[in-house]
Design a protein around this ligand. Structure first.
Ligand code: CA
Ligand code: CA
Length: 193
C-alpha cells in the first residue's frame, strides 16, 4: 500500500473520469489531465473534505478576516460537491474547474445558484445574495468596477425585486437563472461570469 500503489490507483481513476466525463467538460484531453494531476498533487487520497478545502482557501487569501474566508470557502465547496456527500471527488473537481474556467453562461448561473444559497434552504433570498457579494468584497475578489458594499446592496435590492415579481422574497433555481441572465446590472456584479 505504498506510493506506487496509490499512483496506480490514481492513474486508473483518472482514466475512468476522463472517459466518463472528459467529453462533457470544456477541456481538451491534455488540459483535463493537467487539472486532474493538480488535484492529486494536493489531494493524494482523491477525496477533498470541506475542512481541507476551507484551510486551503484560507491559506490562499492571506489579507482578510477568517470568518469571511471560511464562509465563502464553504459556499464554493458546496458548488463543487455536486452530490453533496461531504467531499469533492476527482470527477467533481474536474467538472467544477471546467465550469469556472470555461463554462457557458447557463453553467455559471447554475453554479452561482448554489454559491448564493448562503443559508442552504435551496432558494436564494435577497439576504443570501447580498451576503455572498459582501464576502467577495471582503476578499477583494470582486473589486472590478470598484463597488462598495452599499452600492452592491442597492443593486441587489432593486434588481431582486424586479425578478421576484410575486414578492416571495426567495428565488428558485429556474427563476434565479432566468432573472439574473436578464439583468445586466446583476450580471455585472456576479463573482463568476
Ligand atoms: Ca461529492
Ligand atoms: Ca437560501
Amino acid at each position: 500500500m505504498g506510493i506506487l500503489w496509490s499512483r496506480l490507483k490514481q492513474r486508473r481513476e483518472m482514466r475512468k473520469v476522463l472517459s466518463k466525463v472528459g467529453p462533457t467538460t470544456h477541456f481538451a484531453k491534455h488540459e483535463a489531465e493537467y487539472w486532474m494531476k493538480i488535484f492529486y498533487k494536493d489531494v493524494p487520497t482523491g477525496k477533498l473534505s470541506e475542512a481541507e478545502f476551507v484551510e486551503y482557501f484560507g491559506n490562499f487569501y492571506t489579507a482578510t478576516d477568517d470568518r469571511s474566508k471560511s464562509t465563502l470557502a464553504r459556499q464554493i465547496f458546496k458548488a463543487f460537491d455536486r452530490n453533496n456527500n461531504g467531499h469533492v471527488s476527482l470527477r467533481e473537481y474536474l467538472m467544477g474547474m471546467s465550469t469556472l474556467l470555461r463554462g457557458d453562461a447557463l453553467e455559471k448561473l447554475e453554479w452561482s445558484f448554489i454559491l448564493f444559497d448562503l443559508d442552504g434552504d435551496g432558494l436564494v433570498s435577497k439576504e443570501d445574495m447580498e451576503g455572498v457579494l459582501m464576502l467577495y468584497n471582503d476578499l477583494r475578489m470582486n473589486k472590478e468596477g470598484g463597488k462598495s458594499d452599499e452600492q452592491l446592496a442597492a443593486i441587489v435590492d432593486q434588481e431582486f425585486n424586479l425578478i421576484d415579481r410575486a414578492g416571495k422574497g426567495r428565488l428558485g433555481k429556474r427563476q434565479f437563472i432566468e432573472g439574473v441572465s436578464r439583468s445586466f446590472r446583476l450580471l455585472d456584479i456576479m463573482p463568476i461570469r
